[in-house]
Design a protein around this ligand. Structure first.
Ligand code: FEO
Ligand code: CA
Ligand code: CA
Ligand code: CA
Length: 622
């Protein structure tokens, strides 16, 4: 079958959309001659999605955060700010490694608000848990990388991982509670247990840990998730960037996991576990989803190997009809896969401790998106679908450590860089952002398919699906393309997308507000240039998921990505992360394109959490 045209895809999209939204009712409607519009309207009314109630902000190239009239944003927790009553940030970056271990790390990413007390719906007091994805070592030290030392390495290792801060609204104003018994930094040196089928596997054993049961630290923590029992899930994504293999002779499997001869971070020069020549299995101990209890600062994080090892982006959960836990995650690399984990045992809402190791047992699947809008979840189970020793998979641990190869072996669909995956709070539909894939259709690479319908896809799309029988544990689903991002003024019609409303590109962060509005944070790699010249700085947009209408809510400072969006349970406060302002400056220190948030000439740009409220105290976006 030939590749569908965009028009054919639009037809497919709308016909699938009916099925997704209205199920059997829509088929009936078509039989009795109700129009498409009538079907959509019926669906919208039934779902009660509120209309977007703010005026769009224009695109921006200014070095500031812009929000709509009637809203206020404020810098809340920036790189170097203390998590508790520890040392303050020094603007010349002269804080020590010990200081850094008590302060916000760099490059804030995925984030979640957990109400206090645990399990409540309190919208005025809670824990904010966030990832510090990666580093700009040129900003981390006074002399940038002109020298390199063990002390500088320690500061770098303490500037990644996660932070837990206690936050409270008093007299209408949000503040970080200092000191706080909950405050915590998790770093690249925090001891963590290895859980699940790869625990103790030969692939996980190292000189420092011959049993293969404990690893030091996490890094490359991109997006995230949380569980019904109140734990946080942090996703290890671009792990390869911290490792080096100086001899430069990767195995085929290491190549698939992007092992490089050098690392710009230079960690391996003072911490030899990051030297793959010396400690090849240390690399296998990263690329996992890590679970920890944010309410207990002494709790030991656990790497949950049952969810596979890849460039994990998010880890969003729901419950199957029978109470088993389902977690969706994606592998953010070109031509990689979307995964679904279904736990073996059901969630126990009455006994928190009973859920402690729920994520260690279950079945991992990879998604296949068929051209007709159907989908199949392919089990990644040793002994099934050719995942056998004869085909190079020694056991289940091997399948999970090398899950990219397992996904390929079973014939999953090669996607355009899966980023966040979220679930509509009212319909159960699952939405996944596919941020871009400029290599699709280029020489030697896979060409477009129904779910990834553009070659040289620089703008990205959002795909969504509904599980068969509305049961998240189902092994089949129906999908459609929710939106193709693009620039409506692009000279090539195929690149204009089909956005209804404000243009955007490279969807990355997704989050549903409690009211069912879908929010999109964008991550154009180098904004304002080339294909992105008309789209300005990265943005946060709100989408009515019934009508598909998109409105631009926020524009960020220069060079940043917008990520980490989380709401309080009442929807009246949004916390948003402004990640890596100033990235792609020619010279970070002498001439950064951003001095945000300080604004002072020469100030180092700092990633930061901002807090957004409506001046009249209403629900954000409505
Ligand atoms: Fe760290 Fe895929 O974004
Ligand atoms: Ca990021
Ligand atoms: Ca991301
Ligand atoms: Ca991204």
């Amino acid at each position: 079958m030939g590749q569908p045209t965009l028009d054919e895809l639009a037809t497919l999209r709308w016909s699938r959309r009916d099925v997704l939204k209205l199920g059997a009712a829509s088929s009936l409607a078509r039989l009795v001659g109700l129009s498409q519009t009538a079907c959509t309207t019926m669906g919208g009314a039934a779902r009660g999605t509120p209309a977007l109630g703010f005026k769009s902000v224009p695109i921006s190239s200014a070095d500031t955060v812009v929000v709509p009239e009637g809203y206020t944003s404020r810098v809340f927790f920036a790189w170097g700010d203390p998590v508790s009553d520890g040392p303050l940030f020094k603007p010349d970056a002269s804080n020590t490694s010990d200081d850094q271990a008590l302060q916000a790390g760099m490059h804030h990413d995925g984030m979640n608000f957990f109400p206090l007390p645990p399990g409540s719906n309190n919208a005025d007091h809670g824990l904010l848990v966030l990832n510090h994805e990666y580093l700009d070592q040129r900003l981390l030290y006074p002399d940038a990388m002109k020298t390199w030392s063990a002390e500088k390495l320690l500061k770098a290792q303490n500037a990644v991982g996660c932070a837990v801060i206690e936050v409270k609204r008093e007299a209408g104003q949000w503040k970080v509670v200092r000191p706080s018994p909950y405050a915590r930094r998790i770093t690249s040196r925090t001891p963590m247990a290895i859980g699940g089928p790869a625990r103790g596997s030969a692939l996980m054993r190292t000189a420092a840990d011959p049993a293969g049961v404990e690893v030091l630290g996490t890094h490359s923590n991109c997006a995230n998730g949380f569980t019904p029992w109140g734990t946080y899930l942090t996703c290890e994504e671009n792990i390869h960037s911290h490792f080096a293999q100086p001899t430069g002779k990767p195995t085929a499997r290491q190549t698939r996991y992007r092992v490089w001869p050098s690392s710009g971070y230079r960690w391996h020069e003072f911490d030899e576990r990051f030297n793959i020549d010396k400690h090849p299995n240390e690399f296998n101990r990263f690329g996992w989803i890590v679970e920890f209890d944010p309410f207990d600062p002494t709790s030991k994080p656990v790497k949950r190997t049952a969810l596979g090892r890849c460039a994990h982006e998010s880890a969003f959960h729901t419950l199957a009809t029978d109470g088993r836990v389902v977690i969706y995650t994606g592998d953010d690399a070109r031509f990689e896969y979307i995964y679904k984990f279904v736990s073996r045992d059901a969630y126990n809402p009455k006994d928190r401790a009973a859920n402690r190791d729920l994520l260690d047992h279950g079945t991992l699947y990879a998604g296949k998106f068929h051209a007709d809008g159907a989908g199949t979840w392919l089990p990644l189970v040793h002994g099934q679908l050719g995942l056998t020793a004869a085909n190079g998979f020694a056991d289940q641990a091997d399948v999970l450590v090398h899950v990219k190869l397992a996904g390929e072996h079973v014939g999953a669909t090669k996607m355009d860089r899966p980023e966040w995956i979220v679930i509509h709070p009212k319909t159960g539909e699952v939405y996944a952002s596919l941020t871009n894939n400029s290599q699709r259709g280029t020489e030697g690479k896979a060409g477009k398919d129904a779910a990834n319908p553009r070659d040289k896809n620089v703008y990205g799309q959002i795909v969504r699906w509904r599980e068969a029988g509305n049961d998240a544990a189902a092994t089949s689903f129906n999908w459609d393309l929710f939106v193709l991002a693009g620039d409506p003024a692009h000279p090539d019609p195929a690149q204009r997308g089909n956005i209804k409303g404000d243009a955007f590109a490279c969807p990355d962060t997704l989050r549903f507000a409690p009211d069912g509005t879908l929010w999109i944070g964008t991550d154009i790699g180098i904004p304002g240039r080339g294909d992105y010249v008309n789209l300005g700085n990265n943005q946060l947009l709100a989408v009515d998921s019934v009508s598909g209408q998109v409105r631009r809510f926020l524009t960020g400072p220069r060079g940043c990505e917008i990520t980490g969006l989380t709401f309080t349970p009442d929807g009246k406060t949004a916390f948003v992360n402004i990640q890596h302002p100033g990235e792609f400056s020619e010279d970070r220190q002498a001439d950064p394109i951003s001095n945000w948030p300080s604004g002072a000439a020469g100030a180092r740009p700092r990633s930061a959490t901002i807090v957004i409220t409506r001046d009249d105290g209403g629900v954000i976006g409505t």
